[in-house]
Design a protein around this ligand. Structure first.
Ligand SMILES: Nc1ncnc2c1ncn2[C@@H]1O[C@H](COP(=O)(O)OP(=O)(O)O)[C@@H](O)[C@H]1O
Ligand SMILES: [Mg+2]
Length: 355
């Protein structure tokens, strides 16, 4: 038989402590709950050291609001019922269970166990993110269509009016209207794309070098305004590949636009490179020496509506990824705060099932 010396006993009771969690006990004394025990990895790793808990009341180590919430659960347990609840300390989410210990029908102490569920919570958030995307898609399908037709007439008539009118003040107003209408138009177009990406994809054989040069020409007026040069370095012989040239242009425009927006008016350049990485793949890199990003921000890049800009939509990169995935390619970011950002796109020369 196993001999229960202190060490094995210690180990046995350790088995009771949930992995990734903690065990605690409390009693009620003078109408307050006093913690008599707490142990577990969770506690060692968290911001609340054991010494702050043992012999202490809830209000001694928790903010008032949290303490009151827990007190209600503690109260129920003290009346002899098992209670389960979720809580959070310093960014760590846990689920706790309070089990009263009864002697002669009286609760003498309550044993609580808590398990860290932070990872699970994180996954739930991801799922919520995906659901949000699905809802956005459905909403977009309905609304974008409805807005597009009246918008086209408004833009058309605004143009006609501005051609017919000489009054400078009104011209100025019309100019503002046109700019704002353009903005609405671009948001609606982005929504249209989220709604029905596959239907809008029309592939053909394209010269990628020329496509990039075309996009750079298109973006130059905007980069010139900030004194930023866009440089194209093609390390490859001309590359021809199958793609939807409008969609691929949209990706490059979105990425260059972000790079321009991240770069100060300091004459720094944005560098674009094109290279063949294998017989059936090519890569486009877009590098800026702009603000760069923290890793937190990098993780959220592709979330719909994630933007740090006052007038941003937060849809640009989500759409880029969508388009690249439709082309059976990948898009990745490397960035360092203060140093700049590099977007790396890898695309197949031929798209499967498209000749
Ligand atoms: N080249 C870049 N440098 C720094 N931050 C960037 C860069 N590209 C994207 N970001 C960050 O990612 C966010 C999301 O970009 P995007 O999806 O294009 O939406 P938007 O440009 O409308 O904000 C931006 O608001 C910005 O914070
Ligand atoms: Mg953008």
């Amino acid at each position: 038989m196993e001999k229960y010396d202190k060490r094995t006993l210690d180990n046995h009771y350790r088995d009771l402590i949930p992995r990734n969690g903690f065990l605690f006990k409390f009693i009620k004394k003078d109408n307050d709950f006093i913690h008599t025990f707490v142990e577990g990895d969770f506690i060692t790793n968290s911001i609340t050291p054991t010494a702050m808990v043992i012999g202490k009341k809830l209000t001694d180590f928790l903010p008032m609001e949290q303490a009151n919430r827990k007190r209600r659960f503690y109260e129920i347990a003290w009346h002899g019922e098992t209670v389960n609840y979720e809580g959070e300390v310093g960014g760590i989410h846990y689920v706790a269970s309070l089990n009263p210990l009864m002697v002669d029908g009286e609760v003498t102490e309550v044993i609580g166990t808590a398990i860290d569920i932070t990872d699970k919570k994180r996954n739930e958030n991801k799922i919520r993110e995906l659901e949000k995307l699905a809802v956005v898609g459905e909403l977009a399908a309905g609304i974008a269509h409805e807005i597009r037709n009246p918008l086209t007439s408004i833009i058309g008539f605004t143009q006609i009016i501005s051609e017919k009118i000489d009054d400078a003040t009104i011209h100025e107003y019309l100019g503002i209207m046109m700019r704002e209408l353009d903005r609405i138009n671009s948001i609606v177009n982005e929504f249209m794309f989220i709604a029905k990406p596959d239907e809008t994809m029309k592939v053909s054989t394209n010269h990628i070098n020329e496509l990039i040069i075309h996009v750079i020409k298109f973006m130059e007026p905007q980069s010139n305004l900030k004194g930023i040069r866009i440089i194209f370095e093609s390390q490859a012989e001309a590359i021809t590949a199958i793609c939807d040239h409008n969609l691929l242009k949209q990706v490059l425009i979105n990425l260059i636009q972000n790079s321009i927006e991240a770069t100060d008016e300091n004459g720094e350049e944005i560098k674009i490179t094109l290279e063949r990485v294998s017989a059936d793949q090519y890569a486009i890199h877009i590098r800026d020496k702009g603000t760069g990003m923290t890793s937190d921000r990098q993780q959220r890049l592709f979330e719909p509506f994630y933007t740090t800009k006052e007038k941003g939509t937060g849809l640009g990169l989500m759409i880029c990824r969508r388009i690249i995935e439709l082309h059976q390619g990948t898009i990745e970011f490397k960035s360092a705060l203060g140093a700049g950002t590099e977007a790396a796109i890898r695309l197949p020369i031929k798209i499967e099932s498209c000749e």
